[in-house]
Design a protein. Structure first.
Length: 263
């Protein structure tokens, strides 16, 4: 397990170091959709949006730099909003209809005729079976939309269908491997299935992507509480010291949500 986690960390670090530029245009570029480019990007990549009209709202799943390129027919036009989802972005050369630092909520969304709006509308249905059915309909039309698969995974998880939620999360991760929330959600599903080694592995990947996010450390603590064998294999130090280091690293106290395992 230690070797596997070390290799995963190296892969993520290499990915961060090789920030690149992805291009978006109606034809002839890497992608035709801004959102699809966001899914495919590594953290801190640049997405160049070329002249054209893009009828979509976009949600960030990592830090991104956007740059508009006038290729001869004017500045790119985006008929949709940007939801930063607690990530950071820079925006030059074009604009969205609005920019929000939060997640999208349909009651606040100003451009309803977008795939993101339809996903959120389906997800917000208080009937989980109807929400899942509506998300399935969207996925049939948009099988490569990582956010739709993530929302389906959450709806299945909230319905107690943990094995099925894992399948949905895995589809989302294939399309967007650098979104820490999906990885941590996958870990939570493993936790409910009492598969604590897989739980710890998924949570570790989430922490590597966002090491200062306290909730992930809390989830890791829950996994460690149930996995003494993994603790001895992965962390060659007394358990209290592990958590003292973790709490000092993220600047939190146990009362702030980090659940310390029993000594």
């Amino acid at each position: 397990m230690k070797l596997v986690l070390t290799i995963a960390a190296i892969v993520l670090i290499v990915g961060f170091a090789q920030a690149s530029t992805l291009t978006v245009c109606p034809s002839g570029c890497d992608y035709t959709s801004i959102q699809t480019a966001v899914y495919a990007a590594h953290p801190n990549d640049t997405i160049e949006v070329h002249s054209g009209t893009y009828n979509e709202s976009v949600i960030l799943t990592k830090n991104i730099m956007f740059k508009g390129i006038d290729t001869g027919s004017g500045e790119p036009i985006v008929n949709g909003d940007l939801y930063q989802n607690s990530f950071t972005s820079t925006l030059r050369g074009f604009s969205f209809q609005s920019v929000s630092s939060d997640l999208p909520y349909t009651k606040d969304m100003t451009t309803p005729n977008t795939t993101l709006y339809l996903i959120e509308k389906a997800f917000e249905n208080p009937s989980k079976p109807k929400a899942i059915a509506a998300l399935d309909t969207i996925i049939k039309t948009n099988p490569k939309d990582a956010w739709a698969w993530l929302r389906k995974g959450v709806a299945l998880y909230n319905s107690g269908r943990y094995e099925e939620s894992l399948s949905a999360y895995n589809e989302s991760i294939k399309l967007d491997p650098y979104y820490s929330t999906t990885l941590n959600n996958k870990g939570n599903a493993f936790y409910e299935l009492k598969k604590y080694d897989q739980n710890l592995g998924a949570t570790e990947k989430a922490i590597q992507l966002r090491p200062n996010y306290g909730y992930y450390w809390s989830c890791k603590g829950d996994a460690l509480k149930h996995s003494d064998e993994l603790v001895s294999q992965t962390w060659p130090m007394p358990r209290p010291r592990i958590w003292n280091l973790a709490v000092r690293h993220i600047g939190l106290r146990p009362s702030a949500g980090v659940h310390l395992p029993p000594t």
